[in-house]
Design a protein around this ligand. Structure first.
Ligand code: CNA
Length: 241
């Protein structure tokens, strides 16, 4: 086993108070593209950047185009949890991992069996009517509609995902911060740490070991006790059997 993987294994073996903070890179091995790596959404041919399309202004002014992109690029109905999601669920089951704080909206952590998941940016599996507030669970209502999905009352249905220019849910944010503050080990993985305020949450960590697993360099690498620049599924599946 590689030296760094052995070091991570020891950190995990020695702690029963771990929190994981992750992003889109956790799901690329489930074939969901992230925004920033070489084969991420940024490098595909779109008229606008993902951030522009997934903004509140764009949603309001070009709702139909928003949905075109959203159906095509944000919903992956066949995606299955990968080795990273499964390893994290296992660590929670073993009583070692206390929470997953994720920027992802794909629901794959829960699908893998994780229970305590803070979805900072919401979930594609929840939607609601902007007029009457009726909740629509699941992705079928979006996938089986054309153009702008409508509620039975006629109102627009909006996904319960946090768009750029929108704030995070206060209670959820406070609970995610609380879990990070209480952790002894924080493992950060599959995130460019470029999207705020989510990326700022790691500043609340006061524990003993900060681990960063990411394919590319991040602005926070220098703060970490251990940096592993590799695929997160490959790394976590080696340390969690
Ligand atoms: P990002 O900015 O796209 O960065 C992803 C990072 O992960 C990059 O630095 C990559 O190098 C790295 N990476 C990619 N694959 C792997 C891998 N297999 N192992 C290790 N590292 C890898 O994504 P962030 O999450 O940091 O950005 C925040 C945005 C992207 C959030 O608002 C998300 O909601 C949004 N997003 C979510 C999904 C999803 O739910 N799966 C998909 C695409 C974008």
């Amino acid at each position: 086993m590689d030296e760094k993987i052995l070091e991570l294994k020891k950190i995990i073996d020695d702690s029963d108070n771990i929190v994981f903070f992750g992003g889109a890179g956790v799901s690329t091995e489930s074939n969901i593209p992230d925004f920033r790596s070489v084969d991420g959404l940024y490098n595909m041919k779109y008229k606008y950047s993902p951030e522009a399309i997934l903004s509140r202004t764009f949603y309001r002014e070009h709702t139909e185009e928003f949905y075109e992109f959203y159906r095509d690029k944000m919903i992956f109905p066949d995606a299955k949890p990968n080795k990273a999601h499964l390893a994290l669920a296992k660590l929670e089951e073993m009583g070692k991992l206390k929470a997953v704080v994720t920027q992802n909206i794909d629901g794959l952590h829960q699908m893998a069996g994780s229970k305590n998941v803070f979805e900072l940016h919401g979930s594609i599996y929840r939607n609601y009517c902007q007029d009457c507030g009726k909740a629509y669970d699941g992705i079928d209502i979006i996938l089986n509609s054309e153009g702008v999905p409508r509620c039975e009352c006629g109102g627009k249905i909006k996904p319960d995902v946090v768009l750029y220019e929108e704030g995070l849910d206060h209670k959820l944010l406070a609970n995610a911060i609380k879990s990070i503050m209480a952790a002894d080990v924080l493992i950060i993985g599959g995130t460019s740490l470029a999207v705020y305020p989510a990326a700022g949450l790691i500043d609340y960590f006061k524990g003993s070991k900060l681990v960063l697993i990411n394919k590319e360099e991040t602005p926070q690498d220098s703060k970490a006790d251990l940096v592993i620049r590799d695929s997160i599924g490959k790394v976590l599946s080696q340390v969690v059997e």
